[in-house]
Design a protein around this ligand. Structure first.
Ligand code: HEM
Length: 467
């Protein structure tokens, strides 16, 4: 091990500490629990590991997490096989891009998503359209598996802003992306740490799945980009892809970062980053409504007092409904979809909590212990939205609550996600009573782990409150 490296399990030849982490992850049901358990065993807030050939640390406490997320030397992503494979071998786009390419492209994307209406009224209207479609489907059913309906609605809202159109309902991409989120964890799994295994177990390592996803996603995105090239005019700037093509034409420079390949990976990042995250959070929200009918009733009373039946709720209305905002936050804390965020990479040798972190160490940021800390929350094991409210019922902010991350790599889709979360939850609870299918056999609140955690499949009754 490098000198003064953080404590952790032994490093075996070839595999490092991978077998120990794997075994504990299986025993405890998820990688983040295994990381926390190991950090307790080794009495450390920074756990040192070697997974296959990759030197890695997991940061386990809030203060050190804050230090990492706000320090420039930890802003980059690891340069491993999984990351390259994820971005079609390019390291372009935003999520995995570095240096000047990342800063230039990220600021362009943030600015132009805002210009085309992200976080604004036009986004609210698109959300309302998709909700109206979902209501038609749900009204026809007695029992609903909401997880099957949400992803398609969410991606259609996002895609109508990015590409100006909805996605055909028979598109199999969504299914492949869902499988991908369950096949990997934040460390990238064996494809990051032992990429040669793809030759031996291409199916089990997830290699075949990613190859298939890359092929389908590339074909789908390139078709959309090519259509935009054909129909582009100077006045036609109503979606993100048109704005990007306009910038390409303005630059007219072969050295510029505005290329078709870059556009392809940016679209891929938005598609993959925005889709399962937002829909799994909503899925957890509805599960909590099934499990906590008192919370549901209180939200409904709030909604009935605040709005007339015909009023269409907007994102700005959240200021009038602090209790609902608190419930959404509590769902994001109590059943976080991203217990581990990152991965990041140290760009030079660093000192963290008194340990030496070598250059090019991969960094996992484990938020789960912060969200379940007794010192911070008092009773973290309880689902209690009131923790996000003060005595007069106004929202209070907790610096330890970081659902969208912090610092320069903070989520760039948070306005979109928060808009969807607020409008979906309020409109659904205004219209439906959400109840378990069987009162004596409630669905499990235990998450299904993966790159993005989600509830285990469940059905619920969505009954109209008023006809
Ligand atoms: C509830 C929904 C969402 C959650 C909880 C979430 C959470 C996060 C977090 C924690 C990060 C930071 C990762 C890090 O620090 O390394 C992140 C980054 C990112 N998110 Fe989200 N996200 C959500 C929705 C979205 C949406 C809707 C989009 C697209 C419109 C999106 C696109 C991205 C991208 C592109 C990045 C990478 C930013 C960069 O590396 O500069 N996310 N997200």
């Amino acid at each position: 091990k490098p000198r003064n490296f953080p404590p952790g399990p032994k490093w075996l030849p070839m595999v490092g500490s991978l077998p120990f982490l794997k075994r504990l992850s299986i025993k405890l049901g998820s990688q983040h629990r295994a990381l926390t358990e190991m950090s307790k065993q080794f009495k450390t807030n920074v756990l040192g590991l070697k997974l296959g050939g990759e030197i890695m640390i997991s940061v386990e406490d809030y203060e050190t997490i804050r230090e990492v997320l706000t320090c420039e030397q930890y802003d980059q992503r690891p340069n491993n096989f999984f990351i390259r494979l994820r971005t079609l071998g390019t390291c372009k786009g935003i999520t995995c891009a570095e240096g000047k390419l990342w800063t230039e492209q990220r600021s362009f994307v943030v600015r132009h998503l805002r210009n085309i209406g992200l976080g604004k009224k036009i986004m609210d209207l698109k959300i309302q359209d998709e909700i109206a479609n979902l209501f038609k489907i749900i009204d026809e059913r007695v029992e609903v598996q909401i997880a099957k309906l949400l992803p398609f609605a969410i991606i259609n809202i996002l895609w109508s802003m990015v590409a100006g159109k909805r996605i055909a309902s028979e598109n199999q991409l969504l299914d492949i992306i869902n499988k991908r989120t369950k096949a990997f964890d934040m460390s990238g799994g064996v494809l990051a740490q032992q990429p040669w295994l793809r030759y031996i177990i291409p199916e089990r390592s997830g290699y075949n799945l990613i190859k298939k996803l890359n092929k389908e996603l590339k074909a789908f995105l390139m078709e959309t980009i090519n259509e935009h090239h054909e129909t582009w005019t100077e006045d036609n700037q109503e979606d993100f892809i048109y704005s990007f093509i306009t910038e390409m034409k303005k630059m007219n420079d072969p050295q510029s970062s505005f290329t078709d390949e870059q556009l392809l990976i940016v679209c891929l990042d938005l598609f993959v980053g925005g889709f399962t995250t937002t829909s799994s959070t909503l899925d957890f929200f509805f599960l909590m409504m099934v499990l906590y009918p008192d919370v549901q009733a209180k939200i409904q009373a709030n909604l009935d007092e605040t709005f007339d039946d015909n009023y269409q709720i907007e994102f700005t209305d959240r200021h009038r409904l602090p209790y609902i905002d608190a419930v959404i936050k509590e769902v994001q804390r109590y059943r976080t979809i991203l217990p581990v965020i990152g991965p990041r990479r140290s760009t030079k040798e660093m000192n963290l909590s008194g340990y030496t972190i070598p250059k090019d160490t991969t960094i996992l940021i484990n938020l789960a212990p912060t969200y379940m800390s007794k010192e911070i929350w008092g009773d973290p094991e309880n689902f209690r939205p009131e923790r996000f409210l003060d005595e007069s019922g106004e929202l209070v902010s907790h610096p330890q609550f970081l659902p969208f991350g912090l610092g320069k790599r903070k989520c760039l889709g948070d306005a979109f996600a928060r808009g969807c979360l607020f409008i979906f939850t309020t409109e659904f609870l205004r219209r439906y009573e959400i109840r378990p299918v069987d009162e004596k056999n409630l669905p499990s609140a235990e998450p299904l782990p993966g790159l993005v955690a989600s509830p285990r499949p469940y059905f619920a009754k969505f009954t109209r409150r008023r006809q």
